[in-house]
Design a protein around this ligand. Sequence first.
Ligand code: GAP
Length: 459
Amino acid sequence: MVDLEKIISLCKRRGFIFQGSDQYGGLQGTWDYGPLGVELKNNVKRAWWRRVVYERDDMEGLDCAILMNRLVFKYSGHEDTFSDPMVDCRKCKKRFRADQVDPNEKCPEGDKHDLTEPRPFNLMFKTTCGPVADDNNAAYLRPETAQGIFINFKNVLDSTNRKLPFGIAQIGKSYRNEITPRNFIFRVREFEQMEIEFFVKPGTDEEWHRKWVESRYNWYTELGIKPENLRKYEQKKEELAHYAKATVDLLYRFFPEREDENKQFDEVEGIANRTDFDLTCHTKGGKLVLADGREIPNLHAVTKLTYFDHETNQHLLPYVVEPSAGVDRATLAFLMDSYFEETVNDGQRIVLRLHPELAPIKVAVLPLKKNHEGIRNTAMAIKNNLMKKSGWRTVYDDTAGIGKLYRRQDEIGTPFCVTVDFDTLDDQSVTVRDRDTMAQERVKIDALQEYLAGKLGNC
Ligand code: GAP
């Protein structure tokens, strides 16, 4: 299986992902998605949205502001507890996340590190809103999209007349001042999440939790992730966040080079049963209960986040099941899982066997001879026509010989190449080449769109 190094190199070479602020030496923990990366990431998000919003009858969407009132994070518990343990080396002055540094590791200043005791480091990015930069105007960049959903629960409920169970989905940027961002786009300071808060009646939460774990696992495998590279990990009681009744993490084999197989896997998504913790924190008159038992009464919320149950004629606080995925980690998993190096007749090829729904480019139209006006114009016309009628991202490329053009498209995961040659001008047919099998088929131009639609499916 491919390791991160090869993926990083492919991503830079072919324009998927670049180091953030590269021109000025970079900014640690930030990455920019290039021409192909933005297409791939958009496709991942679109595939998720289609599956969890459009294809269900019990979901709504939402898009909240990234800048949020600090009270949101006072009452969510983030101000008090959203921190990682940090240590400093007294010799080399470097900072580490306590659980990510080996105290026996060699220090650049000689011998081993001399580490301080761990102390909490809050991961939220703080800023100020408006022209006066004082603490009264402090705000946070959200560290998760989830809180925006909780505080809008009543707005969505009242405006849609939903009945329990129903969920709210959101995709968007989140920010965490990670102490040690690392492993390419796996752990970064600015990333995107795809989160669902699914509101249910208490008592039905465990069943819904199980259903969501299955549904989310299947999403990855149906989009091409091999089951041997995706695991479900049920957190043990002592690992659970204090508010969670149960959490199942979906772990992907991001680090195949590690010797210990268990260490090869890390989280791409977590599915938590959060009970009524969050709505209790944010509801008018509610309270935040911290892990150490301290209680912080909510003195600021303006609305009760309750649901009126017509069956029992009572107001209740729904329980919440939360499938929370990272867009960047999912994108990385799809890239890694689709990467193959193969020996073919004329040498080596790298091929990304991306699911067609995720492939950045669906069809490449290639002229066999770029200097031939008839061939070139026909190829251009096919490309424009396909793009316009189908909406697929279709490209034209004549910058190399046909063999090289095929290899380039293989390497970026384009499922089909359409070649226009001399015969095309006589028989109005083109050659369609399949990325995975490399099989070629002659197809009439008139029938091309229907032929490709049959193969590309839901793109
Ligand atoms: N609302 C729950 C929540 O945010 P989380 O486990 O902290 O839970 C959910 O984050 C997902 O977001 C993770 O499974 C991961 O895919 C992604 N994620 C979290 N921190 C990240 C980071 N620093 N860089 C990239 N992705 C991250």
